[in-house]
Design a protein around this ligand. Structure first.
Ligand SMILES: Nc1ncnc2c1ncn2[C@@H]1O[C@H](COP(=O)(O)OP(=O)(O)O)[C@@H](O)[C@H]1O
Ligand SMILES: [Mg+2]
Length: 248
């Protein structure tokens, strides 16, 4: 059965869309059938990150009964499928999102994994992806506000299974929270660390995904390692002598 995994964070701007898009490609590289869905309606950036600029039908069209979910699925050259959301705020007014999970299960029955790129926090918009997934991957930066906001999720009445936390933009500085501290704060396991890597920023402005344009970069290798862990296979990442942000 297809795994519906929510990419969730307490704070915005921590790297959810970056991780969702590149993790999807990494999983595809390991032979999985993958889709990634933009459930962040107010800042719907997944299409942009995937290099897609025109998409007549979106997840919003489906939620407003103006299109089938199949109509909003776009094949990406990498071989994954993408469901973008609309950038129009008004599109979310009065929509019923209760049937979303069943719709995903049906439409993606021939997929292995669907990643849901969520809105941050625990507001109405974030609850859409929480209600539509079976498993959660939290994304956080190694700083107290980001991690404390993840800890708040354990107060929710019903929480899908938490796979763990991915720490993103890690510089391995003394002032950053380490894995043990993050686990203490949140009581969730840290399942991976992605370094701060300027290749991520460079690729965005070149309208590329780092996992495609710079497969051997530190960030890509860390994401490959996380993808392997998610599907229970062994992967030996290529190691770097220096952290990428220290290189000129
Ligand atoms: N590992 C990383 N190294 C460097 N920059 C990163 C990394 N991960 C994300 N970023 C940058 O951080 C910013 C926010 O990332 P984004 O994925 O849009 O966050 P979110 O979806 O959580 O709002 C973007 O400019 C992105 O390029
Ligand atoms: Mg985002």
């Amino acid at each position: 059965m297809v795994r519906l995994i929510g990419i969730i964070s307490g704070k915005g701007g921590v790297g959810k869309t970056t991780v969702a898009a590149n993790l999807a490609i990494a999983l595809k590289k390991f032979g999985k059938r993958v889709a990634v869905v933009d459930c962040n309606f107010t800042t719907a950036h997944l299409g942009l990150y995937m290099g897609m600029y025109t998409y007549p039908k979106t997840l919003n069209s489906f939620l407003r009964n103006e299109a089938s979910l199949e109509d909003a699925i776009y094949p990406h050259p990498s071989g994954i499928n993408v469901v973008p959301a609309s950038l129009q705020l008004k599109d979310l007014v009065d929509v019923d999102t209760n049937g979303l999970k069943n719709a995903f299960i049906q439409v993606f029955c021939d997929h292995d994994i669907v990643l849901l790129d969520s809105a941050p926090g625990i507001g109405k918009e974030a609850l859409i992806s929480l209600g539509a997934c079976d498993e959660i991957l939290f994304i956080a930066n190694p700083f107290i506000p980001s991690v404390v906001d993840v800890a708040k999720y354990s107060q929710l009445d019903s929480l899908p299974r938490v796979i763990g936390i991915i720490l993103n933009r890690v510089r391995n500085r003394k002032y950053e929270l380490n894995i043990e501290e993050v686990m203490q704060f949140t009581e969730f396991p840290v399942i991976g660390k992605i370094p701060e890597d300027e290749n991520v920023l460079k690729s965005i402005n070149k309208r590329e995904l780092v996992m495609i344009s710079k497969q051997n970069s530190a960030a890509s290798q860390a994401i490959m390692e996380i993808a392997a862990k998610l599907i229970g296979i062994n992967y030996k990442p290529k190691r770097f002598r220096m952290w990428p942000f220290l290189r000129s």
